[in-house]
Design a binder for this molecule. Sequence first.
Ligand code: F6P
Length: 592
Amino acid sequence: MTSGSLDVLNSLPAIWLLILASLILSVVAVAVSLMRSRKHAPVSPPTDLSETARKLLREFEKNGQSANASMVNWTSGTLKKILTDEMPGAQVIVVSNREPYIHNLDDNDEVELVVPASGLVSALEPITRACGGTWIAYGGGSADRQTVDENDRVAVPPDDPSYTLRRVWLSDEEHQGYYLGFANEGLWPLCHIAFTRPAFRASDWETYEAVNRKFADTVVAEATNDRPIVLVQDYHFALLPRMIRERLPGAIIITFWHIPWPNSEVFSICPWREKILDGLLGSSIIGFHTQFHCNNFIESVDRFLETRIEREDSSISYGGETSLVHAYPISIEWPSALLETMPGVAECRSEIRRKHGLSDEVKLCVGVERLDYTKGIVDRFQAIEELFINHPEWIGRVTFLQIAAPSRGALPAYRQLYEECHSYADELNRRFGRDGYKPVLMVAEHHTQRQVYEIYRAADVCLVTSLHDGMNLVAKEFVAARDDEQGVLLLSTFAGASKELLEALIVNPYDAASTSDSLLQALTMSEQEQSNRMRRMREIVRDNNVYRWAGSMLLDAARLRKRAVPDDASDHDPPVEGNVVRIFDRKGVAAL
Ligand code: F6P
């Protein structure tokens, strides 16, 4: 304080000093109470996508955030509304390798319907039901051909059809080279840090290219106009976006890569890296689950192609066109239609315990996944072994039910994993089992979604300890299934879901000792703590549901589409700075 200001204070009568001090105190008190009331204000329930919400979305975008603001109640209705309001008359075409409904012949030569174990299918199915349109996929079921019409189409879901499934037929050689070979022996291990060496064969690559072209032909044949919205799914179709772009320049192509994208050093292993990047950059939007994988993709493009990259917008201009690269974390249907028809938790608990001969006192830990080396099943068994060695008091008091849906069994790496998991489970049962008690139940069979939800509802702990996973929807499904707010989730730090479900017990699956410590923490967690954690995770999954995932991409696509018709001023958003919208002001956006 300067001597001048001290003079002023000294000259003030004491009464004025008192008034000044009490004024300052009141201002501070009001500010503190305002801050408190904000902190404790109830979260307003989300509303439908109203004009107000749209304005808010634009505000969010101005600040450089994604369009998927949390104040919108994302439902199938919201999604339909986006389509009818923002893209009237647009035809939606989904393309994936795996079909949502497989028709198989059972042992009695009867046709049975199978919904495959696939995160992609469980996420995309409610979306396609909401949007209608056509889903193009490989028809791999033994009764698939006998259940389609003369155009290879079948209306689904079978009990209440709302969209068309268009099946594409592949020969054994095509399936071998494109799916088993290039996609699953090449790209799958390349993109996952699981230390399985990728195999790249020129013949597989040629087949992959040919099959991508076959799907491009099918997309063009199914398109009812030249500006459809095509949702290309996953690593089976890296070349498809460019192939569609060449044939349907006005299409909006949204490509979603469901698995991680490696860093550029790892990606450089692929002999056809430039072609893969070129193919993907035929997309209007390229989506990943996490920003980390977006960054890896952009870094790979930067390293191997001549492009202009706008890091602020996350956009890449290449060959006169621009693609957006954004993170859209995938999710599940909320509320779950399936859950509405399920018995209560207590009933599920006793049913699963009865089925597996478990007494009421035994804690049940579950793992549910495809039998895949990225899922960390063997590492999980190591953590269980650690638990029994260091805490033998748990022997006889805990059982691990491992559901492993058979997957890609024609590949040696998967057959080897099957053997390894079974022999490890047998060994644990030999060492720690007694009098009919088996610590590990390994069930390598396909389960329906209903059966899986029954298991989630019966579990005390769910282990989602993948070595590397784009998202791992099992974590979100477990949370959705627990409307009783009980149960503990152990979640790998290397699964995309760990970026959202922060109240899970986050583990490093490579570290068996610390995973086993977390397991112990889960087994001994109080009901109150379980409930606190589960409630928060349920809020996250509710707000970030699969309609928000698809809706965010469609909103971004709608803005791209509006930019494509600059003369139609009436249909335009006001020009807004930032994110997607800034790109509208540039020429040559891909897909426009
Ligand atoms: O989540 C990755 C993924 O490859 C999906 O694309 C696929 O649907 C799922 O795993 C199951 O794999 P597959 O279709 O090879 O059985």
